[in-house]
Design a binder for this molecule. Structure first.
Ligand code: AMP
Ligand code: MG
Length: 327
């Protein structure tokens, strides 16, 4: 059962309590409805991907009530501060380096060293973020492959029964997603056009880079997934997929009962729970990569994970990690 909460004090307090308990709550922003989870809770973040039926782990935007809160979790540069002063709260998302002590779930950032942060303007979103007191990770509140919802009814049609609650703050005034700007290099790059125009950004920081032409061409053909524009985290050690046995000079990424004989082991989920496995995936790859290199092991052998539910996204990520590298 999905609760439909009104955007008043009682509804917001209820929504905040659910988020802090690790539940999923959709809420309106000025752009589209977001599907929110406590961004510091790996398991809650994993359940976002399960509810959306996403076949891969795109990094998610983390929402904050103000720039000061956002800039405690990422390293803001001069461009970022200027843009925040001009466009926050508003429909601009900035990709910045994660702070060393950033408590946001690795899965929310898809294992990257960067994090996408935004301060929404919508009064309900603001009240909710202040009540939660933690960053809220939120992709658009639609099933994977469907259009982004701009009313609570749309969210209910798509996700009713799969999430704890929806805070109904009426239709979203902008109705298109936020602009995503990569500020991790001295020359900002537009990753996704959206509610704040490129011209308005350029008036402040000078010329910005546009997405690479082949991605644009693919987008025009409808083939592009937003996640493909992002370079993904991969461990340094080679990954061997579909391991049925393992050797002493290999590290093991286990799922269920671990294969015997590995040099070191990280178990994604002893009980073969795919949500738990998703929540532990990036932390597990990082830990194994570090330990295995310290121990002088050859590679990471990954046990098979079923290709159902979140297993699809886990396998997509493992296949990327195992793909041949150019460098
Ligand atoms: P959605 O989940 O529908 O709100 O879309 C979020 C957008 O932000 C996607 O296009 C992501 O690829 C992009 N994004 C989020 N985090 C990052 C990041 N760390 N680096 C680059 N792009 C990001
Ligand atoms: Mg989306």
């Amino acid at each position: 059962m999905t609760l439909l909460l009104s955007a008043d004090e009682t509804g917001i307090a209820r929504a905040a309590a659910l988020l802090l308990a690790g539940e999923l709550v959709a809420f309106g922003t000025e752009t589209v409805y977001g599907l929110g989870a406590d961004a510091t809770n790996e398991r809650a973040v994993a359940s976002i991907f399960a509810a959306k039926g996403r076949p891969h782990f795109n990094p998610l935007i983390c929402h904050y009530p103000n720039a000061a809160a956002a800039f405690r979790h990422v390293d803001a540069n001069e461009h970022a501060r200027h843009l925040a002063a001009a466009f926050w709260p508003g429909a601009l998302t900035m990709v910045l380096p994660r702070h060393i002590a950033c408590p946001v779930s690795l899965l929310a950032g898809a294992g990257l060293e960067t994090l996408a942060v935004r301060v929404p303007a919508n009064a309900t979103a603001q009240a909710l973020l202040r009540a939660v007191g933690r960053p809220v990770a939120a992709p658009s509140a639609n099933r994977s492959g469907q259009v982004s919802p701009s009313t609570a009814e749309h969210v209910m049609e798509e996700l009713g029964g799969r999430i704890a609650a929806i805070v109904d703050s009426g239709p979203c005034p902008i109705g298109v997603e936020s602009t995503v700007l990569d500020l991790t290099s001295p020359h900002p790059v537009l990753l996704r056009p959206g509610g704040v125009t490129a011209e308005a950004i350029e008036a402040l920081v000078g010329p910005i880079g546009r997405p690479i032409p082949h991605a644009v061409a693919e987008a025009a053909r409808g083939l592009r997934s937003p996640g493909l524009l992002v370079s993904h985290y991969a461990p340094n050690l080679p990954v061997r997929l579909d391991a049925r046995e393992v050797e002493l000079n290999e590290a093991l990424l286990a799922f269920g009962q671990p294969l015997p004989g590995a040099g070191c082991v990280f178990n994604l989920s002893e009980s073969r729970d795919l949500t738990e496995a998703a929540a532990r995936l990036f932390a597990g790859l990082r830990w194994l990569d570090r330990e295995a290199q310290n121990l002088g092991l050859r590679d990471i052998a990954a046990m098979p994970v079923p290709d159902t539910g979140l297993g699809l996204a886990i396998n997509d990520r493992l296949q990327r990690a195992a793909a041949p590298r150019s460098s």
